[in-house]
Design a protein around this ligand. Structure first.
Ligand code: ADP
Ligand code: MG
Length: 832
């Protein structure tokens, strides 16, 4: 089994592949084999872009105009034989670099740890059991399970699959998804034509498959393309850019002040050495050297805090954008609700609605019509409906065992609820699925809102069962099943179905319709369309998905924080509205718009009405993009959630794309800026709060740094203008700005939330780094420091204290002023 990667896997037939890999396509590898293969092939990862070594981070600290300036100052000092000054400047610069490197190293460390948290997962069969593991753990021979939305994390040979489509753009440049199937193909096929293979770096857009891993890590096709290392994650955030522009302006101001000072100094006939040194120290004084490091640390601290509140940041820019978010568009199912479905009602044409008792996935409950139990033996139409819902279904419910004392499911809750219903009705799902084996399927797709399966029937021939969103299914139906008869679905018949549907939806139930097509087969090419006008409606099933208890509170927080919560759901308008009401998302005067109405609206109409829309119902993922853009045209900063492959464009376009950690596909996660690990709306709101805290803390640091900078400059300028010697030596200012402030700002940056972050409006995106309020506070703080320090200096000199002593005292006083200033900067609302 040597040189695994050189075999033409695509050309071998599946039996040969299985034999060569010495694996079992049903049971997978066992622990001993895995251990051996793992040692032999190593972890399944590309030699990653390595973390910068600490010395590189250290050297990087010297790459700033300011440091060049300081070195120039040191050189000037040397030329002027001020060796002591030169040495101090040099020491301070190095110390500054050490502090900077330490902080940055810490920030990088934190980010690396988070990247590991959001690493890729793979679903495999090992030792006869299905499990989800870190993609790093994959070895050749592993049985890989793929479904729509999964990233392919190793090169693998298909052995089994249904309607599998793969997007291979990353590997082959082909922009359209490619159809894949297990049949062997010619050995000389080019990479893009190897339809029996799937490759690392691509992802599944539709269908499902079982495949055997043939190559991992750098042996994969993408590993051969060595340069394809992960795109650099160090792009500057808007805030960082804002700070940079600000810094550049300051540089210019500094040069002007320098010139001014030289002029004033010459006029006051100070010695040239003194003028140059003090001039340089003013430049140093003006520029807030600590700011870039403070920002990096602030963002990193924010990232860590968010992680603690279940929001994993994938792009640093999300941290600050979150603080400016004005609209949160959220999915309903799973994000606002618990995604724990229970079927509580069903509807058949003959009887109308039948209630189902019980809660959760435990199959304890009955079918009730009024006070009487409905026996399935006496209701063949109910049996047919429930059986069809069990066949067109991939879920299983698990009973209490030694691992968990509750009934539960690891599968799609929508489907699991139907299995529970079947057991309550007295139908054994496993036996039924054996009796009518599945021969083909069209997997569920949010774009068509339904799925279809084809079964051999007990009697003869095959039938297709359809299950999905009620209107979508209804649109395919020509007939309806009534009792034991099939009759034409006429206008009154349709009205009756709609009445049944609306009665359930208005109670916040999620309604599925089930239909069948007898004597039919699934044709991969025609898909669902082949059944239009041929299907027979069997009935409706309503499921309750209780709202998350914490969601209503999070919606209320959004209100006080002037953030607009909006529900974007694939579910029915009435269901969406009912849930939105329970949570407080809908308020008087708000409207609900569904996908059809949305398509009918022009962009202008949408933009003008969007302020009143609080629920978008029956939208397909492609429409989410339009919704995001409509908000953005109105200047809103939009957070949008998503989980499916088709959600990716909207997630990328949104200011903050939010992927769901549990139900989200890999594709959605890669498109998103943050991933919410518990799929909870409340965690998005928490992340917004942390974003605001980060921004607020950065502003505190800016305020502190700027008010002291201005004070230093003013003291120097005033003193010299009044004919005094400079109250601070250049090296003192250096020490203060690089060392004292560096340590103090870190405390401001780490400041915990003040608690009222979510009682204020979002941070305006155009807000300058120093706002009007901040200027006012600077105007107040700066003179206080100036009067105190300069006053002390003058008074001490007047009382005959030697110059050196007065200077040192003044410097000490400056540091003390700064301590108090920190207290001032701690909050712009409360007094320390
Ligand atoms: P949401 O989960 O917000 O309702 P989706 O886009 O996931 O939105 O689903 C759209 C609709 O498709 C659902 O409202 C439901 O009617 C239907 N649906 C969801 N899951 C399934 C499934 N497994 N099989 C059939 N239909 C489904
Ligand atoms: Mg869904």
């Amino acid at each position: 089994m040597s040189a695994l990667d050189e075999l033409p896997w695509h050309a071998l037939d599946t039996d040969a592949v299985v034999a060569r890999l010495a694996t079992d396509p049903q049971q997978g590898l066992d622990a001993a084999e895995i251990g051996a293969l793992r040692t032999r092939f190593g972890p399944n990862e590309l030699p990653a872009a390595r973390q910068r070594p600490i010395w590189a981070v250290f050297l990087n600290q010297f790459r700033s105009p300011l440091i060049y300036l300081l070195f120039a100052a040191a050189a000037v000092a040397l030329v002027l034989r001020e060796t002591k000054d030169a040495a101090v400047i040099f020491a301070v610069v190095v110390l500054n670099a050490v502090i900077g490197a330490y902080q940055e190293g810490r920030a990088e460390h934190a980010m690396a740890a988070l990247r590991r948290l959001s690493s890729q997962k793979a679903r495999v069969v090992r030792g006869g059991r299905e499990e989800i593991l870190d993609a790093r753990e994959l070895v050749p021979g592993d049985v890989l399970l793929l479904a729509a939305g999964d990233a392919v994390t190793a090169d693998a040979r298909l052995i089994d699959g249904a309607a599998l489509r793969i997007a291979e753009a990353a590997l082959t440049g082909e922009s359209l998804p490619v159809n894949k199937s297990p049949s062997a193909i010619a050995a000389d096929a080019a990479l893009a034509d190897r339809t029996s293979m799937v490759y690392t770096g691509t992802h599944v857009t539709a269908g499902r498959a079982r495949a055997l891993v043939v190559a991992t890590g750098s042996a994969t096709e993408i590993g051969h393309i060595a340069s394809l290392a992960e795109g650099g994650g160090t792009r500057k955030t808007p805030l960082e850019r804002r700070v940079e522009t600000f810094g550049r302006t300051l540089m210019v101001v500094a040069v002007v002040i320098f010139a001014l000072f030289v002029a004033v100094g010459l006029a006051a006939s100070l010695p040239l050495t003194e003028i140059v040194m003090v001039g340089i120290s003013q430049v140093v004084g003006l520029i807030p050297e600590g700011l870039p490091v403070a920002m990096t640390v602030a963002l990193a601290v924010g990232v860590q805090r968010m992680a603690r509140r279940r929001a994993i940041v994938r792009r640093l820019s999300a941290v600050e954008t979150l603080g400016s978010t004005t609209v949160i568009c959220s999915d309903k199912t799973g994000t606002l609700t618990r995604n724990e479905m229970t079927a509580t009602a069903l509807w058949v044409a003959r009887t109308g609605e039948i209630a189902i008792t019980g809660s959760g996935y435990a199959p304890e409950g009955q079918l009730m019509l009024g006070d009487a139990e409905v026996a399935i033996e006496a209701a063949p139409d109910v049996r047919r409906l429930v059986e069809a819902a069990t066949l067109c279904n991939d879920a299983q419910v698990l009973g209490p065992d030694d691992r968990d004392p509750h009934w539960r499911t690891a599968d799609d809750p929508t489907e699991a609820a139907l299995v529970t219903l079947a057991i309550k009705a007295g139908i054994a799902p496993a036996a039924l699925r054996d009796a009518e084996p599945r021969r083909a399927e069209i997997p569920f797709d949010a774009a068509i809102k339904m799925m279809a399966t084809q079964h051999d029937t007990a009697a003869s021939g095959s039938r297709v069962v359809l299950k999905g969103a009620a209107e979508a299914i209804l649109a395919l139906c020509a007939n309806v099943h009534v009792g034991e008869d099939t009759i034409l679905l006429d206008e009154p018949g349709r009205n009756a179905v709609h009445a049944g549907l609306e009665a359930m939806a208005s109670r916040a139930l999620r309604v599925l319709a089930v239909a069948e097509v007898s004597d039919a087969e699934i044709d991969g090419r025609a898909g669902i369309e082949a059944f239009r006008g041929r299907a027979t409606l069997l009935g409706l099933i309503g499921q309750i998905d209780p709202p998350r208890p914490e969601a209503a509170a999070a919606v209320a927080t959004c209100r006080t924080a002037s953030i607009r919560p909006v529900m974007v759901t694939g579910d029915h308008k009435i269901t969406g509205l009912a849930v939105a009401r329970m949570l407080g998302i809908v308020r008087d005067g708000d409207v609900v718009v569904d996908g059809v109405e949305l398509d009918a609206m022009t962009d202008e109409a949408l933009s003008s009405q969007i302020d009143r829309i609080s629920v978008f119902a029956r939208v397909h993922p492609a429409q989410k993009l339009r919704i995001v853009e409509a908000y953005q045209r109105r200047g809103e900063v939009v957070a949008m959630t998503g989980d499916g492959v088709n959600d990716a464009p909207a997630l990328v376009r949104a200011d903050v794309g939010v992927a769901m950690g549990i139900t989200g596909t890999d594709v959605a996660k890669q498109a998103a800026k943050i991933v919410i690990t518990d799929d909870n709306f409340g965690s998005i709101v928490a992340a917004v709060e942390e974003g605001r805290v980060v921004y607020r803390n950065i502003k505190k640091a800016v305020l502190l740094l700027m008010s002291t900078s201005f004070a230093e400059i003013l003291v120097l300028l005033l003193a010299v203008m009044l004919g005094y010697p400079p109250p601070f030596a250049a090296v003192q200012i250096l020490w203060n700005n690089l060392v004292t402030e560096g340590l103090i700002t870190v405390n401001l940056i780490m400041d915990p939330p003040e608690g009222d972050e979510m009682q204020q409006p979002p941070i305006a995106t155009r807000e300058p780094l120093i706002t009007r309020t901040m200027w006012k506070r600077i105007a107040l703080l700066t003179p206080a420091i100036v009067v105190a320090t300069l006053g002390w200096f003058i008074v001490r000199l007047a009382t005959g204290v030697p110059f050196a002593v007065a200077r040192t005292e003044t410097f000490m006083l400056l540091a003390v002023c700064e301590w108090f200033n920190v207290l001032n900067c701690l909050s712009d609302r409360h007094s320390a």
